[in-house]
Write a protein that binds this ligand. Structure first.
Ligand code: PFF
Length: 476
């Protein structure tokens, strides 16, 4: 049952500050603090960071503005936004819902680690600094423990999303995002005070373009989309709750700046300490869970303990304000398109996510099915980050540039001419021509390069799934 034409007033954001904080809450998350540092480390540092920043400015900003505009214009969540304009475009929303489900197939696993680390630190993890690295490895490959923490983390999500948009998500974001920022600054200051810290900054900010190949460029593009919550209709859904009078351009600039600022801050917090502790930059997904506790163990005393606790509380909350937005994409689809009640939608979506997370978590211990010798965790990560989000973003741009009307977009973005946006023409041409083309090239080259590392096959399967979704979605 489609309810896209409902006349019920739509729940909307309580205040402008609330919206910006909620959208920034969605953007700032594990992507910035967990994924960005280790991906930068694995991708060679400075050059990756430079390309990532270019993508954020030229692609990320434009796609976010497009998503907000589409969401507010249509006032329905991702699938409905496309479907109500042109049924043939429904598949873009469907890819988004699918991405949401798949990201939520591993995100709560890492969110669970963050919550577990609050407990671990409170119960003495820092007292044996030399064991911190091994302890992480054995924790995530344990078949039971991470699952319990993942379950707890998922329950927090269910609680927030069941309470609805302005009630739950907004309050959580408003209080806890500024706190997280402060803690990160403290961590960065401490890291920079260590001997040998400068080598870390050099690694992060001095580009060595000889390390760049197509895989690195695709990783940077994927990171930009993942970090800014783009390419899967999340910002369309959030924009659909946005009031008419808000300034979309300003909101987009603020969210993009905050998200990128936090990623850079996380890098500055992590790399100097890593180099000081002689941890390999390519240490992988355990980076933040090893470097930060070690940093605070080094600091010692009650202050070290307290800051470590605050850091992981902050990380858990940042993760939560992002994962509720992922859950919300799937939930609002079920509510708007399938006519479900909110609690039923939340519970059914979470049940599927919980099952996916069990596979993801177990795969880190080497248990469960694999595809081309890749486990569930890596498959979900690879497919969403490198394929679904980028391709989704490409279609969002093609939709806006080629299916929507330029004059109407201009009216939407400038609030009927009340807001000045002198760069409208540039934005429009980027969205219509440059971005779709750029994404296509980066994705094709990245998939091709993926065959060298055994990932190409899985990416091709991802593209196949997108094709099937496109064919089936006319029936949805
Ligand atoms: N941007 C989030 C992060 O950086 O952790 C992850 C995310 C949230 C991706 C929402 C996509 C999304 F729609």
């Amino acid at each position: 049952m489609a309810t896209t034409t409902t006349t019920k007033p739509r729940d909307s954001w309580g205040s402008k500050f609330g919206f910006v904080m909620a959208a920034a809450g969605s953007a700032v998350g594990l992507g910035n603090i967990w994924k960005f540092p280790y991906t930068a480390g694995e991708s060679g540092g400075g050059a990756f960071v430079a390309i990532y920043l270019l993508f954020v400015i030229f692609i990320g900003f434009s796609v976010m503005l497009t998503e907000f505009a589409i969401g507010r214009k249509t006032s329905v969540s991702a699938v409905g936004a496309f479907k109500s304009t042109d049924r043939r475009w429904t598949f873009v929303g469907v890819i988004g819902v699918l991405s949401g489900l798949l990201i939520m197939g591993f995100y709560p696993v890492v969110g669970g680690w963050a919550v577990a680390y609050i407990y671990k630190i409170a119960t003495g993890l820092l007292s044996t600094p030399e064991a911190i690295g091994d302890s992480f490895g054995s924790f995530i490959s344990d078949p039971v423990q991470p699952l319990m923490w993942m379950g707890l983390y998922l329950l927090f999500n269910i609680f927030v999303v069941i309470r609805g948009v302005s009630g739950g998500i907004e309050k959580a974001g408003k209080i806890l995002m500024p706190l997280l920022f402060l803690i990160l600054v403290l961590v960065a200051v401490k890291g920079l005070s260590l001997p040998g810290a400068m080598a870390g900054l050099e690694f992060l900010f001095q580009p060595d373009f000889s390390k760049v190949n197509s895989s690195v460029v695709l990783a940077a593009l994927g990171q930009a989309f993942f970090s800014l919550s783009l390419g899967m209709g999340c910002m369309i859904t959030y924009g659909s709750y946005l009031k008419r009078k808000e300034n979309l351009v300003q909101t987009t600039a603020m969210v993009t700046a905050m998200d990128t600022g936090v990623a850079m801050l996380a890098g500055v917090a992590m790399f100097p300490a890593m180099f000081a502790f002689s941890i390999e930059p390519a240490a992988g997904p355990g980076l933040v869970f090893v470097v930060v506790p070690q940093l605070f163990a080094e600091m010692g005393g009650v202050i070290g303990l307290l800051l470590a606790l605050l850091f992981f509380i902050g990380l858990s909350v940042a993760a939560l304000t992002s994962s509720v937005s992922l859950l919300e994409v799937v939930v609002s689809y079920l509510i708007d398109e399938k006519g479900m009640k909110r609690p039923t939608a939340v519970l059914s979506a979470s049940a599927v996510m919980a099952v996916l997370c069990v596979f993801a978590s177990l795969s880190l211990g080497g248990t469960g099915p694999t595809l081309f010798s890749t486990g569930a965790f890596d498959i979900f990560d690879l497919l969403t980050d490198k394929i679904f989000l980028a391709v989704g973003g490409m279609f969002v741009c093609i939709f806006a540039g080629w299916r929507l009307n330029r004059a109407e977009l201009e009216k939407e973005i400038t609030n009927d001419g009340q807001i000045k946006f002198p760069l409208f023409g540039l934005w429009y041409n980027l969205v219509k021509y440059v971005i779709p083309f750029a994404i296509a090239i980066v994705a094709i080259a990245g998939v091709k390069a993926g065959f060298d590392s055994g990932k190409g096959e899985i990416m091709m399967i991802g593209l196949g799934v997108i094709g099937i979704a496109a064919l089936l979605s006319k029936k949805l």
